[in-house]
Design a protein around this ligand. Structure first.
Ligand SMILES: Nc1ncnc2c1ncn2[C@@H]1O[C@H](COP(=O)(O)OP(=O)(O)OP(=O)(O)O)[C@@H](O)[C@H]1O
Length: 341
């Protein structure tokens, strides 16, 4: 049986559960007994309560519109204590819960966060993930602690994760909420994509994914990261993620974690005035030119002008290989070029 079929069965199962509000987990189990739990462990609510000291506020490590994320300590087979991230969805998060399981159950990639298991008990919708000890990228961008090389490596990792989503799975997946807060960093500061609750699945794999029209009622609070084609007519393609990726590259250059630096007419200031002072003058010009070149292309107004993420990945690898470990002054492209699009 294909993983995607299992995912669909699982989704159907969860759909039934969510639509009833009072979930009958036993009957779901009878209908789909083992496949779900082979892919994804089912936790009891009791275990998850215990692991978070009954969802103690002191254990909260993050949260969003639909959920709160806790740091939990789980006993595995009664033996060791291991740390996990536990996302508890609120009453508005049922769809995001279903979507996240549907997608994450199908994904196995080092650049996508690993889903360990779930709990679906009456109104409680909870997901359990591997714990990413360095939290989200947005916490690391200000303050200048990340070297330029590390920043480029993180961007390459993110591009690899997106490339896999767009072309490596049976159906292409568009993340749609790529932000500095949905990129998590592990012990070695390697990035992983997280938060798949609003992602969109495209048609079965096709080298040129077809645009999909979606109703954006569920996508709120994301205005800055949305490309124009979505705002105009709800079109979703892989190029949405490419646009958001361009914004991530910009934040990485500026050492910022919010988008106050961009308006619908372009950057607020010339890029040379926004570059993070901690890295200014420490980037090989060859590296900088390639990096900024691909960033500008990812931010193109016309989606067809933006590169595929695979091309962005290759370009960033090229930028990294141009890194010689020698500190040069940056060569800054003209403001006009950066404002185009
Ligand atoms: N596996 C994890 N390990 C460590 N921290 C995590 C993990 N998952 C989430 N977090 C923390 O919780 C924050 C919010 O998580 P996430 O991005 O998954 O939710 P969101 O999409 O912002 O929320 P929502 O879907 O409710 O709008 C992250 O920015 C991060 O700080």
């Amino acid at each position: 049986m294909q993983v995607s079929q299992i995912g669909t069965m699982f989704l159907n199962c969860l759909g039934m559960c969510c639509s009833k509000l009072t979930t009958n987990t036993n009957s779901s189990r009878r209908q789909f007994p083992t496949v779900i739990e082979e892919l994804c462990h089912r936790f009891s609510l009791t275990d998850l309560r215990k692991s978070t000291d009954n969802f103690d506020e002191n254990r909260v490590i993050g949260g969003g519109l639909f959920s709160k994320v806790y740091k939990g300590n789980l006993q595995h087979n009664g033996v060791s204590d291991y740390v996990v991230a536990i996302k508890r969805f609120n009453e508005h998060g049922c769809e995001a819960f279903k979507k996240e399981i549907e997608v994450l159950c199908q994904l196995r990639h080092p650049r996508c966060v690993y889903l360990i298991g779930f709990c679906d008990h009456q109104n409680e919708k909870i997901l359990v993930y591997e714990y990413m000890s360095n939290g989200s990228l947005d916490k690391h961008l200000p303050g200048g602690k990340l070297s330029w090389k590390k920043r480029v490596e993180i961007c390459i990792g993110v591009a690899r994760g997106l490339h896999y989503l767009h072309t490596g799975a049976k159906r292409s997946i568009f993340h749609c909420i790529l932000r500095a807060s949905t990129i998590l960093l592990d012990d070695s500061m390697e990035p992983k994509l997280a938060a798949f609750g609003l992602s969109v699945q495209g048609p079965r794999f096709n080298p040129k994914p077809q645009p999909k029209q979606i109703n954006g009622d569920h996508i709120i609070g994301l205005v800055g990261y949305m490309p124009v084609e979505y705002v105009m007519d709800g079109t979703v393609t892989d190029k949405w993620d490419v646009f958001s990726f361009g914004l991530i590259l910009l934040l990485v250059v500026c050492g910022m974690n919010y988008l106050g630096i961009v308006t619908e007419r372009g950057f607020l200031k010339p890029i040379e005035e926004m570059i993070d002072p901690n890295i200014k003058g420490k980037i090989a010009p060859e590296c900088w030119e390639v990096f900024v070149g691909i960033m500008v292309r990812c931010l193109e107004y016309e989606q067809n002008e933006r590169p595929a993420i695979g091309e962005a990945e290759v370009e960033l690898e090229h930028a990294l290989s141009a890194w010689k470990g020698v500190f040069f002054r940056c060569s800054i492209p003209s403001r006009g070029a950066l404002l185009e699009g």
